[in-house]
Design a protein around this ligand. Sequence first.
Ligand code: SF4
Length: 180
Amino acid sequence: MLLRNYKITKVRRSLCHPEWIAVRAELSNDISEVFPYLNAILKNAVYTPRVPSLNFKMETGFTSLMPQGIDVGQVLYKEDAIKILDYLRELINDTWERRESITPLYERKGEIKAKDIVDFLPKTNCRECGLPTCFAFAVAMMRGQKRLKDCSALSKPEFAEDKEALVRLLGTVASEDVAE
Ligand code: SF4
C-alpha cells in the first residue's frame, strides 16, 4: 500500500462560484512514485515531472496530486470531497499494486490547454490583466503573451492555492513564473 491515509487540512469556498468548495488533504506518505503509472493509465492526466505533480479533471472538477497532498476543487460539500479522496486513495493503491503490468510514462503527454489553466484562474473576468475574460488570459498565457504575474487577482491570499496549482501545472512551460 502506497497511501495509508489522508487528513483534510483546509476547506475554502470559491469566490466566483460560492456554491463550490475546494479541499486540501495532507497525505500520510509520499505518492510521487505512482505519478508515472497514473500518467500512463489516466487519459486526461497532465503530468509535470519536474515539480512533480499530476493534474486531471474528474466529473466533479479538477484534482491536483502532489507528493504529499491532494487538492480537490469544485465540489459542493465536504462529504463529496471525502468520497473523491477515498476513490483517489483506492486508485493510487490499486495502480501501485498493478505497477508491474503498467508501462510508466515519465513525460507529459500532449500540451496543456487553455481550459486546463482557466480552472485555476479566479474566473471573475475582472479585466485587470487588460483582457476581457479569464479564458482570454489563459489563451494569452499559452501564446506566451501573458505570465501568471499579469493576473493581479492571483496575488490575493484567497487565490494562493490556485496560484500554487498553476505553478505546478505550468512547471515546464512557464519557468519564469515558477521562479517567482
Ligand atoms: S486579471 Fe486575472 S481574474 Fe482578472 S480577468 Fe485577468 S485573468 Fe481573470
